[in-house]
Design a protein. Structure first.
Length: 80
């Protein structure tokens, strides 16, 4: 079973990636194989960060979160 979290912020200049990144570790309590975040910024451009391992291994720095602009997004944890 996988874990999914989504966020849509009313503020068009807000950072959905920050809230999603804070929620993903809560979903990984059963063990984890991989995770990722995808956000949608103004104009419909999609930004992603994904990889194998725990959330802290895939999204290691605040810059990784900052590189995901947009006020809406989705995060996923794949459990083994």
């Amino acid at each position: 079973m996988c874990g999914i979290i989504a966020c849509i912020l009313a503020d068009p200049n807000g950072s959905a990636a920050e809230d999603i990144n804070n929620g993903l570790p809560i979903l990984q309590h059963r063990g984890q194989d991989a995770c990722g975040i995808a956000t949608c910024a103004q104009g419909g451009k999609i930004y992603t960060r994904k990889g194998n391992g725990l959330c802290a291994e895939v999204i290691r720095t605040q810059q990784h979160v900052t590189d995901l602009p947009g006020n809406m997004g989705i995060g996923h944890c794949r459990h083994i």
